[in-house]
Write a protein that binds this ligand. Sequence first.
Ligand SMILES: Nc1ncnc2c1ncn2[C@@H]1O[C@H](COP(=O)(O)OP(=O)(O)OP(=O)(O)O)[C@@H](O)[C@H]1O
Ligand SMILES: [Mg+2]
Length: 300
Amino acid sequence: MPYEDDEWIGGRIGIGEGKIVFASKPYKPCATEFIGRDVELDTIIAAWMTGSGELPLAPLLVGEPGIGKNRIVYEAAKKTGRNLYIFQGHEDVTAEDLACAVRFSDNPDHKMDYVVSPLVTAMMRGDICFIDEIAKIRTRALALLVSVLDERRYIDSTLLGERISAKEGFRFIAATNSADLEGNLMPEFLRSRLRPVINIGYPSREEIDEIVTTRLPHLQICIKQLVEKFWIFWNKKGRTQSPTPRDAIYVFSLASSLADYDEVRQSIPEDGEINFIIPKRTTNVNENHLKKAFEEIFRD
Ligand SMILES: Nc1ncnc2c1ncn2[C@@H]1O[C@H](COP(=O)(O)OP(=O)(O)OP(=O)(O)O)[C@@H](O)[C@H]1O
Ligand SMILES: [Mg+2]
């Protein structure tokens, strides 16, 4: 049976007395250059360091959408050489979702398969679990995390009928958007276990320049002038802080795509098909492309 070929399944693991379950798959981020954030990264890795048998801390990253919370976690996993298992928080997560799910089996000898969550997989393998958007998860579900994040380091799954204890290497980190923390919706039993709280602020102008320059290497020839123009547009908007890395990347990516589109349109007949995979991207990105992209992305 083609279990192992399933895109989202990360192999089998034994649990309890002879029970075989399916694991979640780790996330392998693509390798674009990581800029700055030394202090935040050092704080996370230091919080995870302990002596044998001691309780590591579980940091909470807080910041605006697109500021780079996920990216810092990917970097922390890379730096520590651990696999990273991501659980996406949302309003409909149940306590059992945090531990285990079942699905109809492809194996005719089984009715159902158990698939353990990213959290339980990380606990069983001694790797890192990242719960993103944790403040969106309802209190009832979050209660299951309490025993994971204190000295007990275990989780009880009703579905599996098992208690799973974390391996020594297991580490935990969570993130939330600043707005979701307002109104104190995250229960105190969890907040007090998520320490340190690391605020992810806006990058400096130099860091934004470096992020867009390294992210769009095909624009090497014109990026310097484009970046200068970008800051002129930005200052005209009267903003005091930098944009988020995501917005800055989007502006330059869209400007580049608009330039590609202009070139493609000129080279195909009126009724010709447009292919949006471009073998060689144009370097002819001008101020008009940038201005249009800027206005599209920062349309308030
Ligand atoms: N320090 C950095 N160096 C290079 N690229 C970065 C950096 N920080 C963020 N980015 C890039 O900016 C984009 C947005 O970052 P990310 O997805 O981590 O933000 P986020 O805070 O998790 O956003 P959200 O709250 O919406 O989930 C990504 O493409 C990411 O790779
Ligand atoms: Mg994120």
